[in-house]
Design a protein around this ligand. Structure first.
Ligand SMILES: Nc1ncnc2c1ncn2[C@@H]1O[C@H](COP(=O)(O)OP(=O)(O)O)[C@@H](O)[C@H]1O
Ligand SMILES: [Mg+2]
Length: 389
């Protein structure tokens, strides 16, 4: 598909003369996005998979478990794509430490920021008087994402005022040189308009287009990938395609990272919006099916284990209560359990021991003191795909 998707501006940056790409505004035109039978079929499959995920969400009584777990899975994988070195297990271990003195390295902090940023943006979109989906909302979200150590020098919440480049130590050999800063005002205003425009293209496809356009504009000094992926999460929910934030699409981008980058690039270099859209829709279908399957598996596991707990001779009320906390606290520490169940240390200790004996909790630290316990079988399923590259 030959299509001109923008123009080049010759600029000088870091002592080199290079061509910065300035994309045309959305939607793709001359020609319009070609909805051939392949795209129609992928769109159908993605739409159906999202419906199945919505249905799974509605059928499962403890939806908050899955929102808790899947939002974390998305946060971790989205952060890992460009190098955050922390895993889902690291995040859950960090969150389990009630004392707050487990070391929080910058990587975990980045993931916690992502969770805060998502919560912040969803909060606005769900309130009547909240900010609409706009650059202002994305900037405020970016401010929260980049808070602290690594983002400090990256102008959190601010559209960049300098030239940047992607993929390479110098602009001259970079994979991609985004638009110059003085072009950003108009580009972002058009971007925002397209979010609210009346377009006949399917909403799901439009979300994919918006993601590419955002990455091509690359409005921030850092965090563009994460905000652009968060935008997908927000739009899916805001436009009613997904009832809850259960789709951890970033896992698909992480698994197929080279293809992800390549297809983003091909929109710019070849005007190939169709190839990107195929990739994006396949990602939605794949992850929606995986997420629905995982939700059902985890739910089944908890039901089986609950039966084991209740049938066990030494089951006490407190043991059952502890068990019921596990999906929202799959990693635990002793002080955490004391606080959570508002009980004494000996009682908490007995409850932990009972679940250990049933093989439900497994000690993970290998230490004698400051031990931590994990709901091993549950974590084994949940963590798939969240390890470092
Ligand atoms: N060739 C490319 N063309 C357009 N966007 C790209 C390309 N390669 C990578 N990207 C996007 O840029 C992101 C990295 O930009 P960056 O600002 O560092 O974001 P983050 O820090 O959130 O990972 C990638 O995650 C991807 O979304
Ligand atoms: Mg980055």
């Amino acid at each position: 598909m030959a299509r001109n998707t923008g123009s080049y501006e010759t600029i000088t940056v870091a002592g080199e003369t290079v061509k910065a790409f300035v994309p045309h505004s959305l939607p793709p035109s001359r020609p319009k996005l070609a909805m051939d039978s392949k795209l129609e079929q992928l769109l159908g499959a993605a739409t159906q998979a999202l419906s199945r995920l919505n249905l799974a969400g509605r059928m499962i009584p403890s939806l908050d478990w899955f929102i808790y777990a899947f939002v974390r899975k998305e946060a971790v994988t989205s952060s890992q794509i460009e190098g955050t070195q922390a895993t889902l297990m690291d995040l859950l271990s960090f969150e389990a430490d009630e004392s707050g003195d487990s070391k929080s390295d910058v990587d975990i902090e980045e993931i916690c920021n992502y969770l805060e940023a998502l919560k912040y943006a969803r909060g606005h979109l769900s309130r009547k008087n909240g900010l609409p989906l706009s650059m202002r909302l994305l900037n405020e979200t970016h401010k929260r994402l980049m808070k602290g150590v690594r983002g400090g020098s990256k102008q959190p919440g601010t559209i960049r005022r300098s030239q940047n480049w992607i993929g390479g130590p110098r602009p001259g050999i970079a994979r991609f040189v985004p638009p110059p800063p003085q072009a950003l005002g108009r580009l972002l205003s058009d971007f925002e308009k397209y979010i609210h425009a009346d377009d006949k293209l399917s909403q799901l496809i439009r979300i994919g287009l918006l993601h590419v356009q955002f990455e091509t504009i690359h409005p921030y000094l850092d965090g563009n990938g994460r905000i652009g992926r968060l935008l997908i999460t927000l739009l899916l929910e805001h436009w009613g395609l997904l009832e809850q934030p259960l789709l951890y699409l970033s896992l698909y981008f992480k698994r197929n990272r080279d293809e992800y980058y390549d297809r983003l690039s091909r929109v710019r270099t070849h005007g190939d919006w169709e190839l990107w859209t195929q990739f994006f829709l396949d990602g939605i279908a794949t992850i929606a099916d995986e997420a629905a399957g995982l939700a059902q598996e985890l739910f089944g596991l908890v039901n089986e284990d609950r039966k084991k707990v209740i049938d066990a001779a030494e089951a006490t009320v407190i043991t059952v209560r502890l068990f019921e906390q596990l999906p929202l606290h799959p990693i635990l520490t002793m002080p955490g359990v004391v606080k959570m169940l508002d009980t004494t240390k000996p009682t908490a200790s007995k409850a932990i021991a009972a679940l250990e004996k049933l093989g439900i909790l497994v000690e993970q630290s290998g230490r004698k003191r400051d031990r931590s316990f994990g709901y091993a079988a549950y974590l084994e399923k949940l963590r798939v795909g969240t390890e470092l590259f």
